[in-house]
Design a protein around this ligand. Structure first.
Ligand code: ADQ
Length: 473
């Protein structure tokens, strides 16, 4: 079989599709829709272009399972396989360890629950179940590409079964310094698990360096900082900086669609042609949503005419709704928006429009086209695709991007208006300045931003990573 015909096996906790009831159709008809979130947005186009199989956990809620038999909606252009986990294992693996411990610590934030050993055993069990599923659907020549922090033990488990397999792992979120990483009692197991891979990818140089630092201070692997390689159990593991991007052509084509243009114009009419400040996020405490709302409140407070000239549109997709910390965040955001709208509405003009649901891509892109300013303020974020989607959708040029310096994207989008989201006063001033800029004044920076985003196309990201995996000596 020629090399480029190796099957690609993508493995992630969440699968790429959910099924939802067809609006207005009686009798339980369902339609397939793409799940929201950065990982799916990045990898679905890659698998659709290349074919292969996507292995993911079976959704505990039967209605959300990616069922290939469902007709209509997004087309299925590759195979899917699911891993069934018992409710106890699934919850401890996903919520107990992945969401409550790994997610915050890898984002350099305190864990949202106390650290205890029980869920860790389930994390191991879940990773083992994924290993069995991958071995079943793949053969030793395939390229197995494991995704993210849910599956950090999987590479070593696959390596044990298939010593010559080609295994990659990609970290979609930040990697912290060793001082924080060491909080995890299972730090050795995690590093040993990851070193089962041939190639380990990170969005930025600082995450890759942090990872190498963890290896050198925890464990016994031989680390070569100048080559960014690690010797482990007789093999060489490469640590690479592989910044993810967005599907540039697909997004630009969509942005140029006359229906999207018409929708963008409608959005303008609906807000009485006020200038639009746009936020788009998965609901998560890492995204800095309250900070951004407080900053916009400052803008409204400091200038009475602002409410007649500006509107903020905040689009949020529900996420991890069964986790307490996320429910509390949702309440805080609801309260903040309610307070601000109560205080600063005038003559039928509401200062914050709030959309809390998963939007189809064409509607999202219409909002990107309509927005004068996008505000992306994570406290910490592996990369952040929203910033890139906004720039890609600005096909007519113009538009300002306010971007947190704590997003990985800030390393690549230096022409954005970079902000510290913890400093709400300065954030408010930056938003004020951005909203006051004319479209022409924003053009040079947006031109540079679009050029930067073009270089980071997601297809290129996948191709470069998979090429490395195929070239493994
Ligand atoms: P996420 O934390 O999910 O991804 P991000 O990169 O911003 O964060 O991607 C969010 C995705 O969800 C975007 O593609 C966006 O369009 C989509 N989305 C947001 N709100 C939506 C809505 N209401 N309806 C539909 N879609 C919506 C993780 C890491 C990031 C990293 C990505 C990719 O946390 O740092 O950039 O993976 O590696």
């Amino acid at each position: 079989m020629p090399r480029n015909r190796h099957q690609l096996v993508v493995v992630s906790n969440r699968g790429p599709y959910r099924t939802v009831p067809v609006a207005g159709k009686r009798g339980g008809g369902r339609i397939r829709v793409r799940a929201a979130g950065g990982l799916v947005a990045a990898l679905d186009p890659v698998l659709r272009a290349r074919g292969g199989v996507w292995v993911s956990a079976q959704d505990a809620d039967d209605a959300n399972q990616p069922r290939p038999d469902v007709e209509g909606g997004e087309p299925l252009e590759y195979k899917m396989a699911t891993v069934a986990l018992s409710r106890t294992v699934g919850e401890a693996f996903y919520q107990g360890v992945s969401n409550a411990m790994l997610w915050p610590i890898l984002h350099s934030l305190p864990p949202t629950v106390g650290i205890s050993p029980t869920p860790w055993n389930h994390y191991e069990t879940a990773n083992r179940a994924f290993a069995e599923a991958v071995l079943e659907v793949s053969d030793p020549r395939d390229l197995v590409w494991v995704q993210d922090f849910h599956l950090m033990l999987l590479p070593a488990m696959l390596r044990e079964a298939r010593p010559k397999a080609r295994i990659g792992w990609f970290c979609h979120i930040p990697w912290p310094g060793d001082d924080l990483f060491k909080i995890l009692p299972w730090r050795r197991q995690i590093l040993d698990g990851l070193l089962g891979a041939d190639v380990l990818g990170f969005h930025t140089k600082s995450y890759a360096d942090n990872f190498m630092g963890c290896l050198s201070r925890v464990g016994e692997a031989q680390v070569d900082f100048s080559r960014m390689t690690v010797r482990h159990e007789g093999r060489t593991v490469r640590v690479v900086v592989a910044p993810i991007g967005v599907p540039v052509d697909e997004l630009q084509t969509l942005a140029a669609d006359p229906r999207v243009t018409a929708r963008a114009e409608k959005i303008h009419r609906q807000v009485d042609h006020r200038r639009i400040l746009l936020g788009v996020d998965r609901l998560d405490y890492t995204k800095g949503i309250p900070q951004r709302l407080r900053a916009f409140e400052q803008v409204l407070k400091s200038d009475r005419s602002a409410r007649n000239r500006y509107v903020m549109v905040q689009i949020m997709v529900p996420s991890r709704t069964d986790v307490q910390a996320y429910r509390e965040l949702k309440q805080e955001i609801d309260r903040l928006i309610g307070d601000i709208n109560g205080r600063y509405s005038s003559a039928g003009k509401v200062p914050i429009q709030y959309i809390y649901r998963n939007l189809p891509l064409d509607k999202l892109v219409a909002h990107y086209r309509a927005a004068d300013v996008a505000v992306v303020t994570p406290l910490r974020d592996g990369m952040n695709l929203v910033a890139m989607e906004y720039c890609t959708s600005r096909i007519e040029g113009g538009g300002a991007l306010v971007l947190s310096e704590f997003a990985g994207a800030a390393d690549y989008l230096s022409d954005a208006l970079l902000v510290n989201p913890y400093d709400v006063q300065t954030l408010a001033q930056t938003i004020r300045d951005a909203l006051a800029m004319t479209a022409d004044a924003t053009r040079p920076a947006m031109h540079a931003l679009r050029a930067a985003v073009h270089k980071l196309d997601v297809n290129l990201w996948a191709k470069d990573f998979l090429d490395l995996l195929e070239q493994r000596p």
